[in-house]
Write a protein that binds this ligand. Structure first.
Ligand code: C5P
Length: 305
C-alpha cells in the first residue's frame, strides 16, 4: 500500500538582474533611493509549504549550505509575518530548493520570501489579494515585491515601488557565479565611502534602456546596461574586473555586475551565444560556476499543490 504524501503547495519564484541600477544619496533611514529596471530571469527558487506542528525549514540545491536557517531566514520571516497578519499560528514546514546563486546579487533570498508568502497564503487559504501580499513583501525587503511581480519593471523608492515596463523579445544571459558572496549592506557602505555623496536624492530611470526594451533592440539594451554599485562591488572583489573583461572579449553585447554582486551577467545575441560566453568564462577560470538564464519570466506562482 502506498503512503499518502503530506499535502503541500510548491511555489516557484525567479531571480532578477538589475539591467540598470542608479543609486542616490543615502537617506536618513539608512536606505538609498534607487531608480532601477528589473528583469526576472529563469533561475528559480522552489518553495514547498507543508502543514507541520511547528515552524520548520529545510534547504537543498546549489550552495544550500550557505543559506541561514535561523530566524534571519527571509522565507521563515515571510511565513511568520503572514501568520501574524491573518491571526494564525505559523504551523508550516518550508522546504527551499535553491537555483538562484546565494548572496549573488540576484535576490535569491527575496525570491524565497515571495515564494513563501504565496505558498503559505495558498496553504492557509488566507485569500489575501496580490496587493495585500505586495505590502507584506515590501515589509520583508526591498527586492521582495519584484519577485512576486516578475517580468520587467521599473523600481523606485528603495526598489520596492514598482511599475511594470513594456519589454519585447527574449534576452539570453551568461551568468558568472562566485562562491564567496558579497554582503548587500557592505556594498552599499562602500558606495557611500566612494561615490555616495555625489548621488542625487531622486535618481531617474534610464530612458535609453526603457526605449531599447520596448523595441527589442538587443544592441541598444547591451549598451544601456549599467550599475552604480559596480565600482563598490569591484573594490570588495577585485577579481570581478577579469570576469567582466573575459565576457566582453567573448563578444557580449553588454556586461555588468548584477545588483550588489558578485554575480556577473553578460548579454548574448542568442541562446547559443550566451552559452559560448559562459564556456569562455569557464575556460578562463574567472567563475566558480556558470549558468545560462533567459528573461523576462513570470513572478512567483504555484506550480504544484
Ligand atoms: O531591504 P533589504 O533587507 O533587502 O536590504 C538589505 C540592505 O541593503 C539594507 O539594510 C541596506 O543596507 C541596503 N539597501 C540600501 N538601499 C536600498 C536597498 C538596500 O541601502 N534601496
Amino acid at each position: 500500500m502506498s503512503r499518502t504524501p503530506v499535502p503541500g503547495v510548491t511555489v516557484r519564484a525567479p531571480g532578477k538582474i538589475n539591467l540598470a541600477l542608479r543609486v542616490g544619496r543615502r537617506r536618513t533611514d539608512g536606505y538609498h533611493p534607487l531608480a532601477t529596471v528589473f528583469q526576472a530571469v529563469s533561475v528559480y527558487e522552489d518553495v514547498t509549504a507543508r502543514p507541520s506542528v511547528t515552524l520548520g525549514l529545510s534547504v537543498t540545491g546549489a550552495h544550500a549550505d550557505l543559506v541561514p536557517t535561523d530566524g534571519s531566514n527571509l522565507a521563515l520571516r515571510a511565513a511568520q509575518l503572514l501568520a501574524e497578519t491573518v491571526g494564525i499560528e505559523p504551523h508550516v514546514h518550508l522546504h527551499l530548493h535553491k537555483g538562484v546563486p546565494v548572496a549573488g546579487g540576484m535576490a535569491g533570498g527575496s525570491a524565497d520570501a515571495a515564494a513563501a508568502l504565496v505558498a503559505c497564503d495558498t496553504l492557509w487559504g488566507t485569500g489575501l489579494s496580490r496587493a495585500g501580499l505586495g505590502e507584506l513583501a515590501a515589509a520583508l525587503g526591498a527586492d521582495v515585491p519584484f519577485a512576486l511581480l516578475g517580468h520587467t519593471a521599473v523600481g523606485s523608492g528603495r526598489g520596492d515601488l514598482l511599475s511594470p515596463a513594456l519589454s519585447r523579445g527574449q534576452y539570453h544571459w551568461a551568468l558568472a557565479l562566485r562562491r564567496e558572496g558579497l554582503s548587500t549592506p557592505e556594498v552599499f557602505a562602500r558606495f557611500d565611502e566612494t561615490d555616495g555623496t555625489a548621488g542625487s536624492s531622486e535618481p531617474e530611470p534610464d530612458v535609453a534602456l526603457l526605449s531599447a526594451l520596448r523595441s527589442a533592440d538587443l544592441e541598444a539594451v547591451g549598451r544601456a546596461l549599467g550599475n552604480d554599485l559596480q565600482a563598490a562591488a569591484i573594490d570588495l572583489a577585485p577579481d570581478l574586473v577579469e570576469t567582466l573583461a573575459v565576457a566582453t572579449r567573448a563578444g557580449a553585447l553588454g556586461v555588468l555586475v548584477s545588483g550588489s554582486g558578485p554575480t556577473v551577467a553578460a548579454l548574448g545575441r542568442t541562446r547559443a551565444h550566451a552559452l559560448a560566453i559562459a564556456a569562455e568564462m569557464t575556460a578562463a577560470g574567472v567563475a566558480d560556476d556558470v549558468l545560462y538564464a533567459a528573461g523576462p519570466v513570470v513572478g512567483a506562482r504555484v506550480v504544484a499543490g
